[in-house]
Design a protein around this ligand. Structure first.
Ligand code: PLP
Length: 378
């Protein structure tokens, strides 16, 4: 049995290539020859499956210790397909600070099509249990929440869910299987925006899902083919390339993030640092138990004497952009992106900055933030 880093680089056995390719080839073909008498063959039409996607799907299933993997054209397409396995009238308990695009999908689309959602802080197990109704089918949350990095226990929520015959669905975009494997902690479905750390280079949009049981896999597989929001072969190949370097990228991004968080925690122009790798963070102890790293994302609240717009306009190494998990460092101001009606209850203010750390030299990142803070002093 090989260990995790070896699995990242080697992946599963290639089942098709006769040329002996070491890197899984891109099978840019929409259709495949198959026996006219209906005899079984692995591939016929590339929406249903193709060798490049099949390779990626088997690899992510192996990395998550799951039953089967599924690759989608985006993270939200992955989430939409997972939710579509549930019947009309299903109720879900959802994390109260989900990624805004997920929130929009649930509350502005699925809520109009027969599903209902109750947002709850997933750290509060009493509140989670109290929200369960007869028609509840699943609990869906992000392990490190966005953007304040609140840490929830996959183990505790999965145990609670099982006791009530519910499924646990975890969006583990921020941690990836390198730092946490939710299925090993009891979850039933794990999903990712592979646009972020797994793809890792900011050059594609992709989603991945892994299910724990054949019964769930069958439902997701049916809808992946039926809805058809699949990932194209070239993008599957790019995600495989991202997976090969996942560990080395995350090692660097996390050590950079730790150094940046420790620097900012001491800085008089920063009122608060949210990073579960800091001993002072309320999620630190749980993160130590259920993850093997705090990843490369942190948020800060700037002190009142700092102009937040001027701060993000003054960084030179950090770009102002709306993503994370890529090779270069990014900043964004999450409060400004919230719909008006959500601003007062979000726990965010115009002073909050989300910082996604990249692969640059640690000192350059620290120096850049330091000069931007000085430039933004009122
Ligand atoms: N889940 C999380 C935690 C995200 O941050 C995002 C996007 O930022 C998504 C899901 C949606 O993924 P995508 O943008 O690939 O559709």
């Amino acid at each position: 049995m090989t260990q995790f880093n070896t699995k990242l680089v080697h992946g599963p056995q290639l089942q098709t290539d006769k040329a002996g390719a070491i890197v899984p080839p891109v099978y840019q073909s929409a259709m495949y020859r198959f026996a006219p008498d209906g005899g079984t063959s692995d591939w016929d039409y590339a929406r249903s499956s193709n060798p490049t996607r099949d390779y990626l799907e088997r690899q992510i299933a192996t990395l998550e210790n799951g039953d089967a993997g599924f690759a989608f054209s985006s993270g939200v397409a992955a989430i939409a397909t997972v939710l579509a396995i549930f019947p009309d009238g299903s109720h879900f308990i959802i994390g109260d600070s989900l990624y805004s695009g997920t929130d929009r999908l649930l509350n502005q689309y699925f809520a109009q099509h027969g599903l209902t959602f109750t947002p709850v802080d997933p750290r509060d197990l009493t509140a989670v249990e109290a929200a369960i109704r007869p028609e509840t089918k699943a609990i869906f949350f992000e392990t490190f929440s966005n953007p304040l990095l609140k840490v929830s226990s996959v183990k505790a929520i999965s145990t609670l869910a099982k006791a009530h015959d519910l499924l646990t669905i975890v969006d583990n975009t921020f941690l990836t299987p390198y730092y946490q494997r939710p299925l090993d902690l009891g979850a039933d479905i794990v999903l990712h925006s592979a646009t972020k750390y797994i793809g890792g280079h900011g050059d594609l949009i992709a989603g991945l899902v892994v299910s724990a049981s054949p019964e769930i896999s069958e439902k997701i597989g049916f809808l992946q083919n039926t809805i058809g929001a699949i990932l194209a072969p070239l993008d599957c190949s790019l995600v495989c390339r991202g997976i090969a370097t996942l560990a080395v990228r995350l090692d660097r991004e996390t050590s950079n993030a730790q150094a940046v968080a420790e620097f900012l925690e001491q800085h008089p122009d920063v009122a608060h640092v949210y990073y579960p790798g800091l001993k002072s963070d309320p999620g630190y102890a749980l993160a130590q138990q259920e993850t093997t790293g705090a990843s490369g994302l942190l948020s800060i609240k700037l002190a009142d004497n700092i102009d937040s717009i001027k701060f993000v306009n003054s960084t030179k190494v950090f770009d102002f952009a709306d993503s994370l998990g890529t090779v270069s460092s990014l900043v964004k101001l999450p409060w400004f992106k919230l719909p008006e009606e959500k601003r007062s209850t979000s726990g965010l203010t115009p002073q909050h900055v989300r910082i996604a750390i990249g692969l640059e030299d640690q000192q350059d990142l620290i120096d850049d933030l330091a000069q931007a803070l000085t430039a933004a002093e009122k």
